[in-house]
Design a protein around this ligand. Structure first.
Ligand code: GLU
Length: 482
C-alpha cells in the first residue's frame, strides 16, 4: 500500500478559523493513524485576498493545538517543494500547455465584457445556469493566428467532454456522481497567468503524491472538475472525503460574521482555553468514537481515529461542551499551574491588577473548580471587587430577625489580626454569644459582607473581601437598621 499523504491547504487570508482547524485536524489524525505524512500547502493564488501573516497565523495556530506538519513551506521535502502555489507557477504553466497541446484546453480571448453580455443574454432566454458559449473553442486556425500576432490577452479554458459522468466514492458521502452536460468549459489559467484553484489543486495533489483529501463540503461540486483533469492526464486521483458543515446553536452554517461564537482559534487561546482541550473538542465536531468516551489525549485520538466514523450530518458547535471539556483539562493542572495560567487575566484587569500576589493566588484557588476558561476568573473575581446590586434574596436575608443580632456580635468580637483562623474562631464566638447557628448565622454573615447569597466557602470569601470592606458593610448594615 502507498504511504498515506494528506494535506491541509489553506489560503492565507486571515486567522485560523474553527472550520479550517477542524479540516486540518481530521487530515492530521488520519495521517498519523496510518503512519502517514501530514502536509501544509499554501494556496495563495488569489493574491488580492492574501493578508500579511496569513500563512503564519495558520501554522502557528495549528502548532499551538499540537498539530505540526511533516512538510510545510518552512519544512520542505526537496522532492515535493515548493509548498506555496505562487512559487509553483512554472509547473502549472507547463501542464496547462500540455493540456492545450493534447486538445483538452484552449486559449480563450473573450473579454470580461463580452462574457458578461453573453451570460446576460442566456439569462434573458431563461437558461437556469449560464455557461461559456464555446466561441473560442471554435476559432479557426487563422483567427487563432491573428489573435496571437496581435498579442491579445487570453485565459486558458478546459474543454469539458460531452456526455460524461464523473463519479467517485466519497469516504463520507458514499457514491457521488456529476454529469458533464451540467458544466461549461472553465478557466484553468487566468489572464495574468495564475492558475485557478480547481486546476492548481490537481497539479499539486498529484505532484505531491497526495493519497487522500479531506476537505469542506463546499468543495464537493469542485471535485468533478478536478477529476476531469486527472482523467485527461492519465493521473490517478486521490480518494476524497467531504466533511459536513459546522453549524451554530441555531443550526445555521458557521460564518465568520456570526457573533454568537468566537470564530478563530487565536480567540480561544486568548480567552484561556487549553490547546489539548481544543484538539479534543474539535475532534468530536463531525467525528465520533466507537465508545462513549469524551476526553481523549492526543495519542488516543490518533489511535482511535476511524474515517468511517466521520459524520454525514452537520455538526453543532456546542460552546458549553467546549467549556466542559476545557474544565476537565484545567482540573488536571496543579495549583501552581492553575495560578500561572489564570493570574495574567487578573493582572490585565483594572479592578484586580493592584491586588497583592497572595490575594491573586487565593482567588484563583478559591474558584479553581468553577473556572471554565482562564479569562473567566475576571468575571468570578467581581464578587470581591465590585458593589453588586442587592438582589431580592439578599434583602430578604437582611430582614431576617436574626441577622442584626448576628452582625452586631460579629462586629463586636472582630479579631485584631484578620486571619482565616481568627475568622473561623469569630464565627464560633458569635454562635456562642447569640445562640444562633446554621443557616441564619452563616447566611446572615454572607449576605451582609458579600452582598450575595451564593458564593465560595465563607471563610475564604471573608478573607478575600478584606477587613475594610467586611467591617464597612457590617457597620453600614447596622446603621441602616438603627
Ligand atoms: N484552499 C482551499 C480552501 O481553503 C483548499 C481546498 C482543498 O482542500 O482542496 O478551501
Amino acid at each position: 500500500m502507498k504511504k498515506v499523504r494528506v494535506r491541509y491547504a489553506p489560503s492565507p487570508t486571515g486567522h485560523l478559523h474553527i472550520g479550517g482547524a477542524r479540516t486540518a485536524l481530521f487530515n492530521y489524525l488520519f495521517a498519523k493513524h496510518y503512519d502517514g505524512d501530514f502536509i501544509i500547502r499554501i494556496e495563495d493564488t488569489d493574491i488580492a485576498r492574501n493578508v500579511e501573516h496569513g500563512e503564519e497565523n495558520q501554522i502557528t495556530g495549528l502548532s499551538w493545538m499540537g498539530i505540526d506538519a511533516d512538510e510545510s513551506p518552512s519544512r520542505p521535502n526537496p522532492k515535493y517543494a515548493p509548498y506555496r502555489q505562487m512559487e509553483r507557477l512554472e509547473m502549472y504553466t507547463e501542464i496547462a500547455e500540455k493540456l492545450v497541446e493534447m486538445g483538452h484546453a484552449y486559449k480563450c480571448y473573450c473579454t470580461t465584457e463580452e462574457l458578461e453580455e453573453d451570460y446576460e443574454k442566456q439569462k434573458e432566454a431563461g437558461h437556469a445556469s449560464t455557461r461559456y458559449n464555446l466561441k473560442c473553442y471554435h476559432l479557426s486556425e487563422e483567427e487563432k493566428k491573428h489573435n496571437e500576432e496581435n498579442g491579445l490577452e487570453y485565459t486558458i479554458r478546459l474543454h469539458v467532454p460531452e456526455n460524461k459522468t464523473y463519479e467517485f466514492d466519497d469516504l463520507i458521502r458514499g457514491h457521488v456522481s456529476f454529469e458533464s452536460k451540467d458544466m461549461g468549459d472553465w478557466v484553468i489559467v487566468k489572464q495574468n497567468g495564475i492558475p485557478t484553484y480547481n486546476f492548481a489543486v490537481v497539479v499539486d495533489d498529484y505532484s505531491m503524491d497526495i493519497t487522500h483529501v479531506f476537505r469542506g463540503e463546499e468543495h464537493l461540486s469542485n471535485t468533478p472538475k478536478q477529476l476531469m483533469i486527472y482523467e485527461m492526464l492519465g493521473w490517478e486521483a486521490p480518494t476524497f472525503g467531504h466533511m459536513t458543515l459546522i453549524v451554530n446553536e441555531d443550526h445555521k452554517k458557521l460564518s465568520k460574521r456570526d457573533e454568537s461564537i468566537m470564530q478563530f482559534i487565536e480567540q480561544y487561546e486568548k480567552a484561556g482555553y487549553l490547546p489539548e482541550a481544543m484538539f479534543n473538542f474539535l475532534s468530536l465536531l463531525g467525528w465520533s468514537p466507537a465508545s462513549e468516551q469524551e476526553i481523549f489525549t492526543h495519542d488516543e485520538l490518533v489511535e482511535q481515529f476511524d474515517e468511517k466514523r466521520l459524520s454525514k450530518s452537520p455538526s453543532m458547535f456546542d460552546k458549553d461542551k467546549l467549556t466542559w471539556i476545557n474544565k476537565e483539562y484545567l482540573k488536571k493542572l496543579s495549583d501552581e499551574e492553575m495560578i500561572a495560567f489564570c493570574k495574567p487575566y487578573l493582572l490585565n484587569n483594572e479592578d484586580t491588577k493592584h491586588q497583592p500576589d497572595e490575594w491573586l493566588n487565593a482567588i484563583v484557588l478559591l474558584f479553581r473548580e468553577q473556572i471554565g476558561y482562564g479569562e473567566q476568573i475576571v468575571e468570578l473575581s467581581t464578587l470581591f471587587t465590585t458593589e453588586p446590586e442587592l438582589s431580592q434574596e439578599v434583602m430578604d436575608v437582611f430582614e431576617w430577625e436574626t441577622t442584626p443580632t448576628v452582625i452586631e456580635s460579629f462586629l463586636k468580637n472582630f479579631p485584631k489580626d484578620y486571619t482565616p483562623e481568627n475568622l473561623k474562631e469569630l464565627m464560633n464566638v458569635v454562635k456562642k454569644e447569640t445562640g444562633i447557628k446554621g443557616k441564619p448565622l452563616f447566611m446572615g454573615v454572607r449576605a451582609v459582607t458579600s452582598h450575595q447569597v451564593h458564593g465560595p466557602d465563607l471563610n475564604s470569601t471573608l478573607v478575600l473581601l478584606g477587613e475594610d470592606k467586611v467591617k464597612a458593610r457590617c457597620q453600614a448594615y447596622l446603621d441602616e437598621k438603627a
